[in-house]
Design a protein around this ligand. Sequence first.
Ligand code: AQP
Length: 347
Amino acid sequence: MRIFSGIQPTGRKHLGNYIGAISQYVSSQDRGEGLFCIVDLHAITVPYDPAELRERLYDTTAILLAAGLDPARCTIFRQSDVGEHTELTWLLSSVTELGRLQRMHQFRDKELAQRELVSAGLLLYPVLQAADVLAYRAAEVPVGEDQREHLELMRDVARRFNARYGGGEEVLVVPEHRIPEVGARIMDLQDPTRKMSTTGSGESGTVYVLDEPKAIEKKLAGAVTDSGSEVRRAPDKPGITNLIEILAAVRGSEPDAVQDEFAQARYGEFKAAVAAEVVGYLAPVRERYEELRADVPALESILEEGAGHARAMASETLADVRERMGVGAPRATPARGTSGTVDTVPG
Ligand code: AQP
């Protein structure tokens, strides 16, 4: 089974990214053929610093490797190295409903937050995402809860393409999302009604994968809790509910088990326990990261090799899509027949 996911090259990946997505990438290596793409073309849809982009891309690559992605068991590559993604975006934009793009939550949130230009790229972001996945005919996409809407859109795009151009065949695979049962939406420590986010959260509300233990302890000690004193999940206790979920995800256990274990604990004790486990969870990643990040030529060579592998797969899909859409020369090579008419040679 082919498994694909993309991640933005914001060097400072947070605990939500780690639990919701990266840890799933790592475990998926045992279940199928994983392709993991660092999406620099998505990153340019909001204001950014060009000089920083490449550095942050190396940061993210090193985090993925430090987390346990193994280039011998999966493909790790940079989106912009595989030109097929952008061409497929354009082709798929013709089977994507404009109104749907305008109603996407992420577009509306980012549009509102934009002080300068709201780019057309921001609107087309989910189409590029659809192209990323559909180019590999991936069956499964591990993501956090916030990507559910984008996954639904890409499924519709694939279905519409197949209905319009497939002639009864599933030319593009309609992918399934894989959203973890625990930790699909880690919340901001300072405002647990909002998701922990790279752009929307402040420093004290966000635990970063590369945070030092002291910083993690401080952030968790300062996490907003709720009225009452019971360690229990409830709609009116979003702060404690979030911490229970974090601890369960980090341990690979169930929120109910965490709740039972800490039923008699005070908030302070519970927060200290969560901090200790998060520190232990992230420490090995931070330690491996330092060494990996220092060797840029090695990172480049992993990305280059990954891109070569990815390109071979994506170019096959793109050739099929072009053929079905009647774009470009026919797939079979045109040749002159003896009668002087143009025949086609089976390709
Ligand atoms: N809070 C979260 N809890 C669980 N999973 C999350 N993800 C993001 N936030 C949470 C998942 O992380 C993967 C990679 O995300 P991304 O870095 O490519 O960008 P994003 O989804 O837009 O989330 P960010 O990092 O917080 O950035 P902004 O601020 O731009 O929204 C995805 O699978 C995502 O679901």
